[in-house]
Ligand binder design. Sequence first.
Ligand code: GDD
Ligand code: MN
Length: 242
Amino acid sequence: MGKECKVSAIIPTYNERENLRPLLKRIAAVLRQYEVIIVDDGSPDGTGLLAEQLAAQYPVRCIHRSGKQGLGSAVAAGCAHARSEIIVVMDADLSHPPERIPVLVAHLKGSDIAIASRYCPGGRIAGWQAQRRLISRAAQLMCRPLTAVHDPLSGFFAIRRAVIRGMKLRTKGFKVLLEIILRGKGKRIVEVPYRFMDRKRGKSKLGVKEGVRYVKELAYLYGIRCKTKLAMAKPATPSSRG
Ligand code: GDD
Ligand code: MN
């Protein structure tokens, strides 16, 4: 690792053994001073073990957690260990092209959150079946009243660490970016288009369970939005004059 580490890339993994080596190789080709933090939930396929071995070759650390605890909580755990002021979050399955990391980081010059976006103009999705596209769109629609961001459910984004300083992330599941947008300290948000590639190896962990969790966590985020509105609607307490 370079003396000064400029980017911490947080990568949650659960059974991504086949993707890890090509992923780290591609990251190394585009970043100079960086660290990769793998947060592995005891993957039965030995992803965590491989990460330890690859640490001899790449600036990578692995946080091992016992049992599958959810993508969002893995991101939070990774952020707690990050050494740099710039944090990049991405999936391990090569759906998120590492070649876009420098572009995201460059966009943080004028913003707090830079989102790699599938749904802003220029964004693309390659390889998804109609059903998965539909689920993604439905999830998107459900949070539209909360934010104007085109892809608030993206798993690929860069933030200044200050955005989440002192914040306890509650999202256990997939919607961690949405929570950061709504509860974090980042006001300046930019979306950078990219081409999402469906994974070639391993399996997606998005299932019915994640769907249910998403709806529950969304309800929580709608809840805090309502409370904020109520608090603003209340008349200011009259100042006590004599
Ligand atoms: N540590 C840990 N624990 N990692 C996990 C867990 C978990 O419980 N669940 C998933 N991961 C890891 C996977 O190994 C992968 O690196 C990444 O998180 C994303 O999981 P996938 O299973 O590949 O998710 P996906 O492709 O279906 O969903 C992607 O698109 C969604 C939007 O459509 C992700 O980018 C999501 O973040 C995104 O919301
Ligand atoms: Mn994936």
